[in-house]
Unconditional design. Sequence first.
Length: 507
Amino acid sequence: MTTPTSRSGSGRRSIASLICASLAAGGLAAAGVTVLEPGAASASSHREAPLISGQPQFDNTDVYAFVSPDKPDTTTVIANWIPFEEPAGGPNFFTFSEDAQYDIRVDQDGDAREDLVFRYTFDTKTKNDKTFLYNTGVVESLDDPDLNITQTYDIDLFKLKNRRVVSKTKLADDVWVAPSNVGKASMPNFRKLRDEAVYKTASGVTTYAGQADDPFFLDLRVFDLLYGGDLSEVGRDTLKGYNVNSIALQVPSAALVQSKDQPIVGIWSTTQRVGADGQYRQVSRLGMPLVNEVVNPIGDKDKFNASSPSDDAQFLKNVTEPELPKLIEAIYKIPAPKEPRNDLVDVFLKGVEGLNQPPRVTPSEQLRLNTSIKPTKKPKRLGVLDGDNQGFPNGRRLTDDVIDIALQVVEGELVDAPNDLGDAVNKNDKKFGHSFPYVGLPTAGSRGKTVKGNTTNSVRSAIGTGVEGGSDDTTLIAASAGAGAAGVLLVGGGLLWWRRRNDRAYY
């Protein structure tokens, strides 16, 4: 029932998938209603609550916050939306909603109230509505006329006092969004498109919005645990191959914190959706990972998504008397730590004393980051548990194994019950970048073979042998000659567009 993992080279034991999602259990407690002009708030991670699971454009999947490894005088926040993006999910690929406000919120003084709000709003344009295509040819730049569906966004910075807006600043206007990665025929150099979507504002803020590989790694088979507790499939990264829509924001730390003497900030994200009455209401909220999935019971999940950290006391019992350890004890006979779980409150709702706990802190669910702690060149996946104070729960880096960390804490690592539990998924399937926006490139929607040769016949021949009926069912409808040869083929009753690039034909 256990699988090997490692911590600093020593052998570790792992309970795997069972609790993989358990994780953030340690970090929970929530609720309230956000009041923020110009919109009011009302009811995250991956499909964690009944209402938001049917609204993927508004569903925030994860939040990361860390001191930038290559620019240690800045802080990077990454917030992701739209869980389980199937890369080939066309022809209507994945866009941010025009009917939403996507917010990154910052508590500078530990009072569970936002002092800064970075708000992203999006606009969508269609060049040709007479075609079903997302792109009508090879896309080589964000302003390429062949990119049929495009998005841009604005960023507004709100400064608040007592949750009332005292100033509003336009940080960015009409910035390009990186598109969905349709495939190598449509977007042969997606990295170039991603790089073009990185934008530095006049105020020194750097931003990115667009598709990315889902950076969260875990085995979600946990939700199958009641079917016998069979852990034979442990170690499968359930999110491998799926994409998300990312917003990444890099801000000079001096502009993010209250003062040099108070460098600790709390960070969370929200989504507000406009209703029939024209008012925006909060439908998603996320700070600590997987809180709403595993810690909150079904009856509290939608309420949590509509809430504010300042009202988190109403869900305190979900943290002090968590369900997860009891399930583990019932199924796997591992004793649950004694309640009330004040250790979880101290670590996950207040921050670690002497590390990332603000003075006069109000317990609430948010990522807390000490921006004065410089990044290490060799991050450890278990973060603070393994002596790496730059990692989770001091913020959250892309490489932090939050499943194993939170599971071990929930099972009593900090209250004389050392354990080595985990889900046997210790890293992401794709490598992260060394510079902003750090997230991995998204998996392409089309991952088929390329056709050798550069003629119409070579493409026709290759496709014809791969369809029922052979090449007789493949008919050339239109083609152009030359270095950029392109054409349309009728294949078994369907249309296939192809284009020649670099002596190969892509389809």
